[in-house]
Design a protein around this ligand. Structure first.
Ligand code: ZN
Ligand code: ZN
Length: 109
């Protein structure tokens, strides 16, 4: 069992595992800081930026209904259809109803 390398980097493994301690540490750290799986750190940072504004009582308008998102209200960070940029925060309820309407529109076509 010689010459086996880490699945993430070219380091040679000596303990029979498939990933080296450095990459394992990196993976653990990524998992620890990311509360929602599937979202990158850019999304997390953008969310945190808006959350700080909302918590500070700044007027942050929902991008769907244009009403203020009040502190403590569940909200989602909206993004363009192509997922290339963020459109801004929107109420969790608005986000969900929009998705529902879209599905209904597809069904009724
Ligand atoms: Zn590695
Ligand atoms: Zn809204």
């Amino acid at each position: 069992m010689s010459g086996r390398v880490c699945s993430k980097c070219p380091r040679i493994l000596t303990d029979g595992s498939t990933i080296c301690v450095w990459c394992k540490r990196e993976k653990d750290r990524a998992r620890g800081t990311s509360t929602q799986r599937g979202y990158g750190s850019a999304h997390q940072a953008e969310r945190a930026r808006w959350q700080a504004k909302i918590d500070a009582g700044e007027e942050v308008a929902c991008t769907r209904c244009w009403r203020q998102i009040l502190p403590g209200t569940p909200w989602d960070l909206g993004h363009s259809d192509s997922r290339t940029f963020y459109t801004g925060p929107e109420h969790a309820t608005c986000n969900r109803s929009a998705a529902g309407k879209h599905a209904a529109a597809l069904r009724n076509r």
